[in-house]
Each structure stands twice: as C-alpha cells, then as structure tokens.
Design a protein around this ligand. Structure first.
Ligand code: SF4
Ligand code: FES
Length: 247
C-alpha cells in the first residue's frame, strides 16, 4: 500500500505544533499500526530527520501505553488498541491523520506523546485496601459471589489508555474512574474504604479538570476493553450513598 500520513509534530510541551505530511510506500497489510510508524521512523532516521515520538510498551493490547487519534477516532477505526490495529483496516492510497489524544488534561509532551499522569493521581487518591487478605492462597479461599467476581474481573480489564477521555465531547474520565471504583466496590476486600474511596477519586477527577459525564456514550464506544457505561451509574450510586453518609 502507498499511504499519505498527516502527523502532529510538536518539539516539546512549550512549543506550538503543526501537522506534517509524509508519504510511505510499500506498507504491508500485515503490519500493525505502530510497525507502520516504525518504518516511517527508520526512513526519517536514514534521512537525518527527527523520528516521530509516540508511546508504546507491550504492543499486545494489555498495558494501555499506546493511544493515538487516527482519522479523528481514538485508537482508529476498530475497537482495539492502537498497537493491535493492523494496516488491513486501511486501503492503498489512503490519507491517514494521526494526532495525540485530544484532552487538555493530557498535555502533549512531544509529537504524539501525552502526559496521562492525571489517571495515576486519580488512582492514588483512591488510597489503599486496608483488609488483610493474607497470602495468595488465603485470598483465593475467600468466597466471592460468582456474579460479583465476574463483574469485578470484567471492569478490572481497564488498561488506563485514556481513549474514553479522548473520545468524550466533555473530556470526562468518568468511564475510567467508574471502572476502578466498580472493580474494588464489588469485592469484599474493597468494602472498608468503599465510600471514602469514591469521594476522593471523584474529587481528584474534578480537580484535574476532567469534564462531567452527560451520558453520551462515546467513551464506551471507543474503549478497547469494552468497559460498559453502567460503571458510571455505579460511581454515581456510590457517591450518592457516600454523601448521604456525610463523607
Ligand atoms: S475505560 Fe476503556 S478507554 Fe478508558 S482508560 Fe479504561 S480501557 Fe481505556
Ligand atoms: S502498547 Fe500496550 S496496549 Fe498498546
């Protein structure tokens, strides 16, 4: 395939960025999207030009490090992570626009790399679990209702990629925060701090500057782990209970 790439280039957080055009020949449909960018960077290196900075780690869809706006969609046209998107989703002659996540709370550090530290601070605000679960075999011996265990596991698959924020017209991180609150709130070990946790995490969410949720649903549509929208209902329910308790 021959492709035209329009890529956001920005030297550092303080510089103004702009879109730059690159032509790429001979792209295989079996390449992942990031491998395609690797090929571009090899060519830029050979020409003595600055390679395009982008984030990746596992390249297996499990770490949440990668994330790009591809033709205006978070992680591109498939429901998957950018690293698991393959070039077979595009066709010969395509123009592809590649931008960093769109969110003021995730400032651009360089080119396509953003700072998602706000997610870490939300997690940190949630504090720790004080229940002593003993060693791993002891924890496994604690009975957990199957429905709750499945629900906790499903929502714990959130990889913190940030696509939900990038896709949300309000720039809300309610899906991410709701997933973390629900995962811990379903399990017996998560009960002692449950209601303080929701107040602190939502407080940090708002303090970071994320927007409020108005139930648009773009977040869940863009989520590569298909985290359901009802984690936000759970977040609101827990928050209401916590506020009624005077927390
Ligand atoms: S909820 Fe989905 S889109 Fe949002 S951070 Fe988690 S995995 Fe990524
Ligand atoms: S690089 Fe780990 S999820 Fe994409």
């Amino acid at each position: 395939m021959r492709l035209t790439l329009n890529i956001w280039r920005q030297r550092d957080a303080a510089s103004a960025g702009s879109m730059q055009k690159y032509e790429l020949d001979d792209v295989s449909e079996d390449m992942s999207f990031l491998e395609m960018l690797d090929v571009l960077n090899e060519q830029l290196n050979e020409k003595g030009e600055e390679p395009v900075a982008f984030d990746s780690d596992c390249r297996e869809g499990i770490c949440g490090t990668c994330g790009l706006m591809i033709n205006g969609q978070a992680h591109g046209p498939e429901v998957t992570t950018t690293c698991q998107l393959h070039m077979r989703s595009f066709k010969d002659g395509d123009d592809i626009t590649i931008e960093p996540w769109r969110s003021d709370v995730f400032p651009v550090l360089r080119d396509l790399v953003v700072d998602r530290g706000a997610f870490d601070r939300i997690i940190q605000a949630g504090g720790y679990i004080s229940a002593n679960t003993g060693s791993a075999p002891d924890a496994h011996a604690a009975p957990v209702e199957k429905k709750k265990a499945d629900r906790a596991f499903d929502v714990a698959t959130c990889i913190g990629c940030g696509a939900c924020v990038a896709a949300c017209p309000n720039g809300s991180a309610a899906l991410f925060t709701g997933a973390k609150i629900t995962a811990l709130g379903e399990l017996p070990q998560g009960q002692p701090e449950r209601y303080d946790r929701v107040v602190n995490m939502v407080g940090q969410h708002d303090a970071e500057g994320f927007g409020g949720c108005t139930n648009i649903g773009e977040c869940t549509a863009a989520c590569p782990k298909e985290i359901p929208l009802d984690v936000i209902s759970q977040l609101n329910k827990d928050l209401r209970t916590a506020l009624k308790q005077g927390r």
